[in-house]
Design a protein around this ligand. Structure first.
Ligand code: 9D3
Length: 252
């Protein structure tokens, strides 16, 4: 997968390209990041990349000329390499908040362009003419699109074949089945007076599997009841959930 990133701060992306499993994927060229910096497309000797909003008001916008030139260069690079024109996504607080299912469909693309805004954002006409879709991470405020783009790249990267190895192929992540994962424990067997649930030391694989499925329902019910509303549960899970709820009632 190629991801072209339009940003005035390409150095920030070391956070994904140099660390962990995604850093490994970048080094192995399973994930190819290309950078297009509007500053390199600036029209004046001061390399200006910001401009004042018409109508006045606080803050600046990204300067239109250098931004558009950078976006077009990112698209042209695909055409030059005889690839179809990529979709262009603008990371924006006004976009649609993405979910795991959106990331999974985006990960099917083999080429995309991510535009990172700085300052107060970009000219509306640039959105109309250059952007296919606006995407957000959710309803909280960042100071620019880069951190959001990195989160998206990280998430896209781990969807690529052979990036996660064992752990990924099991596909037991939260959200893969619409539920949260069960609690996990590692050594020591007794941590500051708190013992690991006995069943995990029993060696009964079937019983452990059953316990984990039940715990998964329990934590989802406790922490994210909204996910349970959306999930389709099996008969087995419905009865497990009933048991969990009645045990919680008794504990009250
Ligand atoms: C259009 C909103 N602006 C009103 C004055 C303020 C503004 C807030 C945040 C302008 C730019 C930004 C920078 N944010 C992002 O670029 C961003 C973002 C976010 O803030 N929250 C969640 N997801 C994203 S994706 C990009």
């Amino acid at each position: 997968m190629r991801i072209a990133i339009v940003t005035v701060f390409p150095e920030m992306f070391a956070a994904v390209s140099e660390f962990g499993v995604i850093g490994r994927a970048v080094k192995d060229k399973k994930l190819n990041l290309e950078f297009y910096n509007p500053r390199n497309f600036a029209e004046d000797s001061r390399k200006t990349v910001d401009d004042k909003p018409f109508g006045g008001g606080p803050g600046m916008l990204m300067k239109t000329g250098p931004l558009v030139a950078a976006i077009r260069a990112a698209k042209t690079s695909s055409l030059e390499n005889s690839r179809p024109e990529p979709k262009v996504y603008y990371l924006s607080p006004q976009g649609k908040a993405i979910k795991q299912s959106c990331v999974e469909s985006l990960a099917e693309e083999d080429d995309l362009v991510l535009v990172c805004g700085r300052y107060q954002g970009i000219d509306e006409r640039v959105i109309r003419s250059e952007i296919d879709e606006e995407i957000s991470l959710g309803d909280f405020v960042l100071s620019g699109g880069e951190v959001a783009a990195m989160a998206l790249i990280d998430s896209l990267g781990r969807c690529q074949p052979d990036v996660l190895g064992d752990v990924g192929s099991l596909n037991e992540d939260s959200f893969s089945n619409g539920l949260l994962h069960c609690p996990e424990y590692t050594r020591p067997g007794n941590f500051e007076g708190h013992a690991v649930p006995e069943i995990l030391l029993s060696g009964h694989h079937e019983a452990i599997k059953e316990w984990r499925q039940e715990q998964s329902l329990k934590v989802t019910w406790e922490k994210r009841p909204d996910l349970l509303e959306a999930a389709t549960l099996s008969k087995k899970q419905e009865s497990q959930l009933k048991k969990i709820k009645s045990q919680a009632d008794k504990a009250k």
